[in-house]
Design a protein around this ligand. Structure first.
Ligand code: GFB
Length: 315
């Protein structure tokens, strides 16, 4: 994409959070662009420490940066570790965005989440739904931090003219996901549980909550492609939703995962666990009008994720 408004060719691009599922996918995707990819390990730079972030940026001088670093987790992790979810994320994004301005980073892409929208937002959720109602209680801490990150980008754009943009993805899954049952999101959790249930010969798979909430799932390789597209082509104060364009009921997702994994037993539902937001489907018209759409269907994405799990993550 050499005729893009911001071609990456020849540029130094920092992926903050390259060990995470999103950052790692972005590094794989950026390898197809003619750019230099910069990364730094947590042991070297703690992104929650402002001076460490400033020193790193002053030394390495990237031209573009993607804020894929974050403290993330599923519904239970969000609900039980509110201080970490709000503090870590506020600190990481404030440090990176402020230092990026000071070091003259030309383009910065901040990553949020679809949980920034009100719990009862009309579906599908347009970008304009932001701050029109109360947040979902289980992840309000993370959501507030992500809203602040988006607002930081807007503020630095308005006051200093920085080309800082934000993308809000749907629920993500794919290679590199976290399969730890206490902190994982639903896809990784159910995949691991179905895998272990098949091996153990169990007759049922435990699904948290009622199974009735609906979620939209985006394959992480598709997200990485969208992020490269936005970096190169989009400049604006408005944030951009990135989604698959359709959602699925959790009970159906569980059945689909069981099928992909080859688990033939039934499903049980645990009402002791929270359902969270009833539905989270993004309106992706803005992104499709810009010219991007996803290419991986849910079944294919789940099959590829399961192959990755069996090869690299099976405990
Ligand atoms: O993926 P998940 O943890 O995140 O849960 P959220 C989605 C739905 O799947 C919820 C149900 O209704 C869960 O109750 N679920 C069923 C399970 N079985 C399981 C299971 O074994 N593990 C898990 N984790 N869920 C998170 C937010 O919300 O999504 C974050 O807390 C972030 O802030 C992230 O926005 C994308 O979609 O509910």
């Amino acid at each position: 994409m050499t005729d893009a408004p911001y071609p990456l060719g020849g540029r130094r691009v920092w992926v903050a959070g390259h060990r995470g599922m999103v950052g790692a996918a972005l590094v794989r995707r950026l390898a197809h662009e003619d750019c230099e990819i910069l990364t730094v390990d947590r042991a070297e730079v703690d992104l929650r420490r402002q001076s460490e972030v400033e020193d790193w940026l002053a030394e390495t001088r990237p031209q573009a940066a993607v804020v894929a670093a974050a403290t993330v987790g599923g519904i239970q992790a969000n609900d039980s570790r509110p201080a970490e979810f709000i503090y870590d994320n506020l600190a990481i994004e404030a440090n990176i965005i402020h230092a990026a301005w000071r070091c003259g980073v030309e383009k910065l892409l901040f990553l949020g989440s679809s949980c920034i929208y009100p719990r009862d937002a009309a579906q599908p959720m347009t970008e304009e739904a932001l701050l029109t109602g109360p947040l979902e209680a289980t992840n309000q801490w993370y959501a507030v931090a992500k809203i602040a990150g988006l607002k930081l980008c807007q503020a630095y754009r308005r006051q200093y003219g920085c080309d800082f943009i934000s993308a809000m993805p749907a629920n993500l899954y794919g290679p590199g996901d976290n399969f730890d049952l206490a902190s994982s999101h639903v896809v990784a959790a159910l995949m691991r549980k179905a895998h272990e249930a098949r091996i153990a010969g169990d007759d049922s798979l435990a699904v948290w909550g009622s199974g009735r909430p609906r979620r939209e799932f985006l394959y992480v390789e598709d997200l990485a492609d969208a992020l490269v597209f936005l970096l190169q082509t989009y400049s604006g104060e408005a944030h951009v939703n990135v989604g698959a364009g359709k959602d699925i009921v959790i009970s159906e997702l569980a059945a689909l995962i069981a099928e992909v994994v080859g688990f033939a037993g039934g499903l049980t539902f645990d009402p002791g666990k929270p359902d969270g937001t009833p539905r989270k489907l993004l309106d992706v018209s803005r992104l499709s009008e810009l010219g991007w759409s996803p290419s991986t269907g849910l079944r294919d994405g789940l099959a590829q994720t399961y192959r990755w799990f069996c090869e690299y993550a099976e405990p």
